[in-house]
Design a protein around this ligand. Structure first.
Ligand SMILES: *Cc1c(COP(=O)(O)O)cnc(C)c1O
Length: 422
């Protein structure tokens, strides 16, 4: 569910016409709905009525400071993967004791900063990382609370580029080595074992792989308790999928179905559950708005050439992802739809958002919206082709704020000092 809908013939974000925002900030831009972000957080949080939970929003899905603060104000924690994200979480007001640190390549200085901030836990992904974290903690005179991310060798049945829980993926420690590594961790003076972590991938639309992986994590927690470890937390990662098509062919499980499955698996274990949802919270809370530059009638197909490009929204090029594309001006009920290839201006054939997409008669100058672009959209944007990063706008009711502004070309060029011999 989201808060983008037609009113009086115009697509609105909550109570604001999107065309009015476009007039103010120019195109392309990302537009986020506060009500949708808050609703998704609450729906997720309320899916675990029986259990103590920490919902640590995965900042990498949308790391805008105002988005993070909106969630922090609802009580969310943060799942971070870098020092930059640590700084963002803290700057946005997430308490350090609600921050968990994931990722396969944490550096010593990132570990030191996170220890210094007093984060809730490190999700350790390898033995060498564990050893380094121990050294960093000992020299800072601190103890690092850790889980080991165990690789459950479960196929999440999602796109190959976002599946992470198979034994061939780079993530986590192998299942059959986990107990030994936990034993070693117990001997390390800078380490305090607190739990077990799994995360099997993203945009997962079936409960089965979750159930398999979480069952294995519970089994591991039991074994580790048997080995004498104080396992108090189970971090079950993120990955719950969202509907990307209004005419939906695969309906992802609802948060309450997911919650019921998890509570059933963990009943009576007295474990705090940690979740790291990203896409599920912000995916449908954002869209990318773009203006049609040209309608080009090619020899076998018609192209809609937009002012947004793959550098602004890379998901179609990177993951063959589908985004619904809607006209901002509501089409007439009897409008005939024609097939278009929807493309951007970048000099790559990969700069194609959609092929043979049926759209009503659209003219140069019209606005279109890419729906469900709130997650892994703006965060993956780049300045390829020297195109400025697009602004991000947060809407709340009939208010809007530009929460990241478009840099000027002068600012972009000024970041590049000329080599002094030139
Ligand atoms: C990316 C990621 C998430 C968030 O995944 P979503 O599919 O956006 O929910 C959570 N945890 C880890 C470790 C991740 O890498």
């Amino acid at each position: 569910m989201h808060h983008f809908s037609y009113k009086d013939g115009q697509l609105h974000a909550e109570d604001l016409p999107i065309s009015a925002i476009a007039d103010e900030v120019g195109t392309p831009f990302y537009c986020y709905s506060t009500a949708t972000i808050e609703r998704h957080y609450r729906v997720f949080k309320e899916s675990f009525p029986q259990t103590k939970t920490l919902v640590a929003y995965s900042i990498k899905s949308n790391s805008n400071l105002s988005v993070i603060r909106t969630l922090a104000n609802c009580g969310a924690g943060a799942d971070i993967v870098s020092q930059g994200e640590l700084e963002r979480a803290l700057a946005a007001g997430v308490p350090a004791d609600k921050i968990v640190f994931s990722g396969v390549g944490k550096t010593a200085s990132e570990m030191a900063s996170a220890l210094d901030a007093g984060i809730y836990q490190f999700n350790v992904e390898s033995e060498p990382e564990l050893q380094l974290l121990n050294e960093v903690a000992v020299s800072a005179n601190r103890t690092a609370p850790i889980t080991l991310r165990v690789n459950p060798d479960v196929d999440a049945k999602t796109h190959a580029k976002i599946t992470t829980g198979k034994s061939e993926n780079k993530f986590g420690v192998p299942w059959n080595q986990a107990r030994r590594i936990y034993r070693d961790a117990d001997e390390m003076p800078g380490i305090r074992v607190v739990g077990v972590d799994v995360h099997i991938g993203s945009q997962i639309t079936d409960l089965t792989p979750f159930k398999d992986a979480f069952g294995r994590a519970v089994e591991m927690a039991r074994l580790l308790r048997g080995d004498g470890h104080a396992i108090e937390r189970l971090d079950l990662g993120g990955g719950l999928g969202i509907p990307y098509r209004q005419s939906n062919e695969t309906v992802p499980p609802t948060p309450s179905e997911y919650g019921a499955m998890v509570e059933d698996l963990t009943k009576g274990l007295d474990l705090e559950l940690i979740f790291e949802p990203g896409r599920m919270i912000v995916g449908n809370a954002g869209c990318l708005i773009s203006r049609v530059l040209y309608v080009k009638n090619g020899s076998d197909r018609n192209f809609l050439i937009l002012d947004a490009a793959m550098n602004d929204l890379i998901r179609p090029a990177l993951y063959d992802a589908h985004h619904d594309i809607v006209p901002i001006k509501e089409p007439a009920a009897n409008a005939t739809n024609l097939p278009f290839d929807v493309v951007g201006p970048v000099c790559e054939t990969g700069d194609t958002f959609a092929k043979d997409r049926y759209l009503p008669d659209i003219k140069p100058g019209d606005l279109v919206g890419f729906m469900s672009a709130g997650a892994y959209g703006a965060v993956q944007s780049s300045e390829y082709n020297s195109r400025p990063l697009v602004p991000e706008v947060l809407v709340k009711g009939s208010n809007m704020a530009v929460v990241r502004r478009r840099p000027t070309l002068k600012e972009m060029l000024s970041r590049e000092p000329m080599a002094d011999w030139l």
